[in-house]
Design a protein around this ligand. Structure first.
Ligand code: ZN
Ligand code: ZN
Ligand code: ZN
Length: 307
């Protein structure tokens, strides 16, 4: 009789333990989700399977932005094997996106949408936000805004102003809401660059960037105008439009550091090295750090041990 009691007790305990475990498993994710507002998985998963078609993408943007695009470049396998086509929108001053003068849209790899938009007037602050999962390690680490720092590496020369801006809950929430589709977002003095995985997110982000711009220009932030050094071609010194990847005059690639992906100014030319294998540029200090990890070119993967 005693043995039977013990068996029953054991069974009851086991059942209770299973129920507790099941309840925990069921409710824990909800609590987690509640805590992290942006954890919206199901919708995102659908987008990852989708491959982007340039015509559809373009019509999406034309409809949402009320603009007509002009094809500027077809696939050129030699110089940019991933790009499908690029369109450019010229923005009139009366348009709702008139903070920008030009927007360039590229579909890459059938997966990514790259948007580069030139500011009509330069803004004196810049921030680079890159998803932590991106494959090039980023040596420049700037501010750590809690929550954002879990998902992104954030770099800026002016951390205080960005901390103020991200205190605005709408801006932060809109960012986190779509974070799974963001590869990078650069807001620089002359232009904005976004690399995203679907159209809807691109539209959301562009309007979020406009909110940010409004915040930067608000009287509470005491924004002082600065003179921006324009981007120039490293080969012929001609100006390069921030939406362009190549010099219009000599067709040289726009100078960026292959490691940190920042645009290179003429003023810093002395700090820049050109890789012997494929001619890309890099900050000397960034390349030195890179070579300590790998003796391969970060662009073409050629062996550069003896260089
Ligand atoms: Zn040039
Ligand atoms: Zn660099
Ligand atoms: Zn190379």
């Amino acid at each position: 009789m005693r043995e039977l009691d013990q068996t029953i007790l054991g069974v009851i305990l086991a059942v209770v333990a299973v129920i507790v475990l099941v309840l925990f498993a069921l409710f824990y994710p909800f609590r987690y989700r509640k805590k992290q507002l942006y954890y919206k998985d199901t919708v995102r998963k659908k987008f990852f399977k989708k491959s982007l078609n340039m015509k559809e993408t373009l019509s999406y943007f034309s409809n949402n932005w009320d603009l007509s695009g002009k094809l500027v470049e077809e696939v050129d396998t030699d110089r940019s094997k991933h790009a499908e086509a690029a369109y450019i929108f010229n923005i009139e001053e009366s348009h709702k996106l008139s903070s920008f003068s030009k927007i360039r849209l590229t579909v890459e790899d059938g997966k990514y949408i790259r948007i580069r938009a030139s500011w009509r007037e330069s803004i004196p602050y810049s921030i680079d936000i890159r998803a932590k999962k991106s494959n090039i390690e980023w040596y420049l680490l700037g501010i750590e805004i809690p929550v954002m720092s879990e998902l992104y590496r954030i770099f800026t020369q002016s951390p205080n102003i960005w901390k103020k801006i991200f205190k605005d809950n709408i801006i932060l929430e809109r960012f986190l809401d779509v974070h799974k589709s963001i590869v990078l977002i650069f807001i620089r003095e002359e232009y904005v660059e976004l690399l995203v995985l679907d159209e809807r997110v691109a539209i959301d982000l562009v309007s979020t960037v406009l909110l940010i711009e409004k915040a930067i220009r608000s009287p509470n932030l005491e924004t002082k105008a600065i003179k921006v050094e324009k981007l120039r071609c490293y080969n012929c010194m001609d100006f390069i439009e921030p939406t362009e990847e190549y010099c219009n005059k000599c067709n040289s690639p726009r100078p960026i550091c292959i490691i940190c992906h920042l645009d290179l100014r003429i003023a810093e030319k002395k700090e820049i090295v050109t890789l012997p294998c494929c001619g890309v540029y890099a900050h000397r200090s960034h390349l030195n750090k890179w070579l300590k990890i790998k003796s391969q070119c970060p662009n073409c993967l050629a062996d550069i041990t003896d260089w």
